[in-house]
Design a protein around this ligand. Structure first.
Ligand code: ME8
Length: 522
């Protein structure tokens, strides 16, 4: 059986996860669910990044131990994932023993083979971003190039990872593996960053305590990126000699995908493969870098009070509608925008009008004209043939897109099929056929084609809208059957009995009304 290992970034345990961070997790969930449908043995990892100065300071401000602080955020975050229907197989936390052991072993190994050495660090450090910057990387006024806030000067003894030694092998690797960094524009950014010249990276700190101590020199704690990046191996049981998930999903795995936001691209595209080269661990992963979810005013920020939380949207409009909006409206490589007016507009068009309407009018015609029993029929006509053709093309394109993490393109195709089916109803006029007993075979064929379109649409949207897909499947009388990607083709079902009572899947929203409600809730 083929394997798929997909990971989200591990989230800083410093605050509440918003709709932007949730985007990373939702797209990974879509990928994992899709691969399970394809029959891949899939391992989906997410977790928490729990060390560092920022977290130590936040805990101190609350008057509690850092461990107590991160425990409560980890619980809140893993509960959120359950509520968002995320199907992660594991939840790694960097304060766990299984992770600490791996990081300490990795660090010692890199000291022993000379890829980490002790030196003097002098530089500019951004506390909120937990990142050091060279003079050339800082903004002209000396502020942080990532967040724009002031940096502080730091001078201390520190361990360094030899990035310089691996710059050429890394460039070679990137050139030889065209899908290593996606999309292409992000790859070009990384290549030009490396070509400008890398500097060795400071990977330990002595100025705070909340981190993993370096075993051979415990006054140092491991600086956050070696700690954080190692989660992708520690969760797989990297150190053990047994038949571990590490062997299965990493060393011998078929697909390994790390999904990251564009702001942490550099760490994953440069530091991480270099760490792996230094450890002699094969680089098995492909990196997908996505853009940011923005709001009307630009970036979400607590101080501006414009942060959108996923459960607020999901409670109001349904979880699946929110998941669909994020996956369908965001083009992976670019920034996307979340606004309630756009969300409501898309809800009405994509869900209430297109999908909801197709399902409800088709099922009620099946009940009205053939007592809910749909059968494959041999009768055909040009419209039906065209629908079969469109199904074939859409499924092919959909699978190609979903394999390549291009969910927006895949879903665009699904909606093309929905439009085609709605048009098919207008072309064939089943209510007219029903009036003429001689047209019974034609009517049966139309209803069967509609049935097959709805079934295949439900299957294709199931990684994104799992609850909706289950409801539609139940309405089609298929509970729990025909659920793999192989069932995504016309003609799979011979006969079926649909529900007599279809529910309204998505009720049209009134924009004005919704804005009144939203305003009164704030
Ligand atoms: O960076 N839209 O954690 P984090 C889309 N601990 N994605 C967004 C976003 C937005 N508005 N805001 C943040 C970290 N993100 C590290 C990762 S991995 C070994 C360590 C994304 O909690 C961001 O790009 O700050 C990143 O991919 C993820 O949320 C976690 O961010």
């Amino acid at each position: 059986m083929k394997t798929c290992y997909v990971t989200t970034p591990i989230y800083y345990a410093s605050g509440k996860v918003h709709i932007g961070n949730s985007y990373s997790t939702i797209v990974c969930d879509v990928f994992a669910r899709y691969h399970r449908m394809k029959g891949f043995d899939t391992f989906f990892l997410t977790g928490m990044d729990e060390h560092g100065l920022k977290i130590e300071t936040a805990a101190k401000n609350k008057g509690i131990e850092p461990q107590t602080f991160v425990d409560s955020i980890a619980k809140e975050t893993s509960d959120l994932w359950k509520n968002l229907n995320i199907t992660n197989d594991d939840f790694i936390r960097t304060s766990e023993e299984r992770h600490i052991k791996v990081v300490q072993a990795i660090f010692e190994r890199l000291i022993q083979n000379g890829d980490i050495y002790l030196g003097q660090y002098e530089g500019d450090y951004c506390v909120p971003c937990e990142a050091f910057f060279t003079k050339t990387q800082l903004n002209s006024d000396g502020t942080c190039p990532d967040c724009g806030r002031p940096t502080i000067k730091v001078k201390e003894e520190g361990y360094f990872l030899r990035l310089t030694k691996y710059a050429d092998p890394l460039l070679k690797y990137i050139k030889e593996h065209p899908t290593f960094i996606q999309p292409e524009t992000r790859k070009n950014e990384v290549v030009s960053f490396i070509e400008q010249g890398l500097e060795d990276l400071c990977v330990s700190r002595t100025s705070f305590k909340w981190g993993i101590p370096v075993l051979s020199n415990p006054k140092h704690v491991v600086y956050v990126w070696i700690d954080a990046l190692s989660n992708y191996l520690s969760a797989l049981g990297y150190l053990s000699n047994d038949e571990t998930p590490y062997q299965k999903y990493w060393v011998n795995g078929d697909r390994v995908i790390h999904v990251v936001g564009k702001d942490i691209l550099r760490f994953h595209a440069i530091y991480w493969p270099i760490m792996l080269m230094a450890l002699e661990v094969p680089i098995r992963f492909e990196l997908i870098a996505h853009g940011w979810v923005m709001v009307k005013e630009g970036k979400m920020s607590k101080s501006k009070g414009n942060v959108v939380y996923p459960m607020d949207v999901a409670r109001r409009y349904g979880l699946d509608a929110m998941r669909l909006y994020l996956v369908k409206e965001m083009s992976l490589g670019n920034d996307g925008i979340f606004t309630y007016d756009r969300f409501i507009e898309k809800f009405n068009v994509d869900l209430a009008n297109d999908l909801g309407n197709l399902v409800s009018r088709s099922i009620s015609m099946m009940n009205k004209y053939v007592q809910g029993t749909v059968r494959k029929s041999t009768f055909t006509n040009e419209f039906s043939q065209d629908v079969e053709c469109v199904i074939g093309e859409v499924v092919l394109g959909f699978q190609k897109a979903f394999d390549a993490f291009e969910f927006q393109d895949g879903l665009e195709l699904v909606w093309n099929l929905i439009h085609r089916a709605n048009k098919y109803i207008d072309e064939t006029l089943p209510w007219g056929l029903a009036k003429n007993p001689e047209k019974m075979a034609e009517l049966e064929t139309v209803l069967y084609h509609l049935y097959e379109v709805i079934r295949i649409v439900a299957l294709m949207i199931s990684p994104v809208m799992p609850d909706t897909a289950t409801i539609i499947y139940d309405e089609l009388g298929l509970n729990g059957r025909f659920l793999t990607t192989e069932d995504m083709m016309y003609g799979v079902i011979d006969e079926a009995q649909v529900t007599q009572k279809p529910i309204v899947l998505f009720k049209r929203l009134d924009l004005e009304e919704e804005f009144k409600n939203l305003a009164s809730d704030v």
